[in-house]
Write a protein that binds this ligand. Structure first.
Ligand code: SER
Length: 315
């Protein structure tokens, strides 16, 4: 049987690229893109406007399109959720429970839901943070992701729901800009380097954070979803690692390609969020369970970002 896939948050940073990748695998007409906004491309013929807070609408769409697999990406990220805590909690939590219930009731057979490095907190060991490290999140976003992980595990244990999840590090991509995250600086810096030749960073120069190029993140997501269920030992969410760098280090690599580029630092409220997160992640469980391996290092990612953004921005 051909799978019928639903992606929520399909216009977002991850969703836009994941939808394209899934359509290449499963076919254009088998991957329904949904988002709260109207589609960007008027010619996206397989698209529905969907508010993930509307459980009834979700249920209708799932049965109308005979959906079998859901990638539920719609969420409020860390910096925005600190400004709208209750809204962030409601959005991130209610919508997950709606999809978990659909899976419990066998209306869908598989669910993907992203977690984040934000589940870790100030007391977590910073370097090579392990899968089961102490995790008391310091942000509303982190609390919602940590609680969501427990719900995923609970539905798996109690009802046999096939839900899979990755704790993404900061994701860097050129196709769609992120919005409202703390790791967004590592995307903004490339745009500003090409457009202005300089960048004022909202984190301090030595704030090391775990990061990953989007191509690796998309491949990881699909590899996890296609892995044999009996190989998976984690049903909360998998640690996943590729890169760890500071604003100063990414600026130095950009400077190698653009010697005129200049960076300055003006940390804001997002510094405290970054300070509560790990600097690097141990993903040995993902490596062992489903052979995870990243392909992009900082140099290779910078090359890809500058090359693609030059074309996109007409520079
Ligand atoms: N990139 C996200 C953020 O900064 C972390 O999951 O909020």
């Amino acid at each position: 049987m051909t799978e019928k896939i639903l992606v929520t948050g399909a216009l977002g940073q991850i969703g836009s690229e994941l939808t394209t990748a899934l359509r290449e695998i499963y076919g254009e007409k088998n991957v329904l893109a949904t988002d709260i906004q109207e589609p960007e491309k008027a010619n996206d013929s397989y698209y529905e406007v969907l508010n993930v807070m509307d459980a009834e609408q979700i249920s209708e769409i799932v049965s109308k399109h005979e959906i079998t697999i859901v990638y539920h990406l719609a969420a409020m990220l860390s910096a925005t959720a600190e400004k709208f805590p209750k809204k962030g909690w409601d959005l991130n939590m209610d919508s997950l429970l709606t999809f978990l219930d659909l899976a419990k009731d066998k209306k869908i057979k598989q669910l993907y839901w992203p977690s984040s490095i934000a589940i870790f907190g100030n007391d977590t060991p910073k370097n090579n943070t392990e899968q089961n490290a102490h995790a008391i999140p310091a942000t509303v976003y982190g609390i919602s992701k940590r609680a969501g992980e427990f719900w995923c595990n609970y539905y798996h244990e109690k009802f046999g729901v096939d839900v899979r999840s990755i704790r993404y590090p900061g994701l860097i991509s050129w196709k769609t800009r992120p919005g409202g995250g703390t790791t967004d600086y590592a995307v903004d810096i490339y745009y500003q380097a090409l457009e202005e030749g300089k960048y004022e960073c909202f984190l301090s120069e030595n704030s090391a954070l775990p990061m990953m190029y989007m191509d690796d993140a998309i491949r990881a997501t699909i590899e996890l979803m296609q892995a044999d269920a009996d190989k998976l030992t984690i049903r909360t969410s998998y640690n996943l690692s590729a890169l760890s760098f500071t604003p100063k280090e990414i600026a130095e690599v950009i400077k190698k390609k653009m010697p005129e580029f200049e960076i300055s630092y003006n940390p804001d409220f997002r510094q405290a969020i970054a300070d509560s997160w790990p600097a690097s992640i141990d993903d040995s469980v993902a490596q062992k369970d489903w052979n995870w391996k990243p392909e992009f290092d900082l140099e290779k990612m910078t090359e890809a970002m500058l090359k693609n953004l030059k074309v996109k921005l007409n520079k």
